[in-house]
Ligand binder design. Structure first.
Ligand SMILES: O=C(O)CCC(=O)C(=O)O
Length: 452
């Protein structure tokens, strides 16, 4: 039987001062017994653990879902603990500092501390309340939390999210042993020296339109190692440069990425919910990011499960109906820094509806096709995503390894529009303007979805 991979044990034996000068063979024998034991028992243990943790998550969800307006039960529990702790501490401090204080001060101090803690924990809600109080229409800093569901079933997913074309974060799903296995060491050892193309940038915000990054080739283990460090002894342009890896297909110009083929050594480690027909599968993509890396805002033409395996990631999403507010160049938006916008340059951005969530390890974000997304790796992170053709296959461009080429009827319509505009340009400007406005009105009345 092949021993399980436990590099830390070897490290301990070699480095521990107690055993340094002793014969380590007995220890190693015991360790190898442990390995075999773990190997034999890991599957039932893992199953038991995933049952316990999913029952716990389920129970937690059942309790908190009874409370009004709870969109993220996990955040609610955490934040209640923070606010409760802050309120308790403030009462205590109040008593110690002002033992003789009057009733008003006794009440006001915990109230102020509690409010500050609430603003800290629920900044979005606080902004909404603030806007209501002052009647401001300062739309851009407002954000809507993405829905969160625990142990969602296929039917619930399809009815509540896929059909309604709404994003969602799934928690408590079984994503396989990757969560426990994918340490930096494990990824480096298993992934080895196969060459990988990586984006390298000396600023955290990578922007595809201005191309402020380089493409470089590195062995996979170096990509993981460098992405996991903040400063590097070997680098391309700066010791604190950022790395972003997105796996590609066998023939990068033609084939979509498929982890099962390009990274067979990891294929047993990862699972995803098979909530779409197998024959609709399009690609599975490895994503590895340095802490702080922010990826440009873009949309894809297929539905997608983004599985966060390691590290936390902030995801910001905008609905397809915000297309006109996002300053698009193809499938990408000019706006990368979605939290600090230059409204003089991008005034329409003030009208967007910004959805936001923080992905924890084990979370899966469902990103429906055409939803714009922008992510920040809050920590070094490893993710895998799975794309599938949610519409009939005939609509998709066959030569599209990235899954971001516009659907065939849309691409054809765009061609026809370009031809129409060419014909229109024969007329003098005032006539062209008049007929162009009529065309816009025709498009608006016959193709816009009214209740969006
Ligand atoms: O998580 C990432 O690194 C990027 C995700 C993304 O762009 C996608 O799922 O299409």
């Amino acid at each position: 039987m092949k021993p399980v991979d436990l590099p830390l044990y070897d490290e301990c034996v070699k480095k521990s001062p107690i055993y340094k000068d002793e014969d380590t063979s007995l220890i190693e024998l015991n360790i190898s017994r442990c390995r075999v034991y773990l190997q034999e028992h890991s599957t039932p243990l893992q199953n038991a653990w995933s049952k316990v943790s999913s029952t716990a998550a389920d129970t937690k969800y059942k309790i908190v879902s009874k409370l009004p307006k709870v969109t993220d039960p996990h955040a609610l529990l955490t934040n209640t603990a923070v606010i409760g702790g802050a309120a308790g501490a403030s009462i205590l401090i109040n008593r110690l500092l002002f033992p003789k204080a009057g009733m008003i001060r006794r009440i006001l101090t915990p109230l102020t501390v509690g409010t500050l803690a609430a603003v800290y924990c629920y900044p979005d809600d606080a902004i909404t309340v603030y806007r209501k109080l002052i009647g401001s229409s300062f739309n851009m800093i407002d954000s809507v939390p993405v829905d969160v569901r625990y142990n969602i079933s296929e039917k619930e997913f399809q009815e509540e999210f896929e059909l309604k074309r709404k994003p969602c974060v799934f928690k408590g799903m079984d994503i396989g042993p990757c969560m426990r296995k994918w340490s930096v060491n494990y990824l480096c050892e298993k992934g080895g020296s196969k060459m990988a193309t990586v984006h390298v940038s000396d600023t955290p915000q990578m922007n595809f339109i201005t191309k402020n990054f380089l493409y470089r080739q590195l062995p996979f283990s170096d990509v993981v190692q460098r992405a996991s460090e903040l400063t590097h002894s070997e680098y391309f342009s700066a010791p604190d440069e950022y790395y972003y890896f997105r796996s590609l297909g066998e023939d990068v110009r033609k084939d979509p990425s498929n982890i099962m083929e390009q990274f067979p050594e990891f294929k047993e480690d990862i699972k995803w919910p098979h909530y779409f027909p197998e024959d609709k599968f399009f690609s599975s993509v490895f994503r590895i990011a340095s802490a702080g890396m922010q990826l440009w805002t873009h949309y894809d033409v297929m539905d997608n499960f983004l599985i966060q395996v390691n590290g936390r990631k902030k995801a910001v999403l905008f609905p397809p109906s915000d297309a006109l507010n996002l300053y698009l160049k193809g499938d990408k938006s000019e706006v990368t820094d979605v939290d600090s916008i230059n409204l003089d340059k991008y005034p329409n951005f003030a009208n967007v509806t910004k959805y936001q969530c923080m992905l924890e390890p084990g979370d899966i974000l469902y990103i429906p096709a055409l939803w714009f997304h922008n992510v920040v790796a809050v920590e070094f992170g490893v993710a895998v995503n799975v794309f599938w053709k949610n519409l009939d296959k005939k609509y998709y461009d066959q030569k599209d390894p990235y899954g971001n080429k516009d659907l065939l009827p849309a691409a054809r319509s765009m061609d026809i529009l370009n031809r129409a505009l060419k014909v229109l340009s024969e007329l003098p400007d005032t006539y062209k303007d008049f007929y162009a406005r009529k065309m816009v009105s025709k498009i608006e009345s016959s193709a816009f979805v009214k209740n969006d």
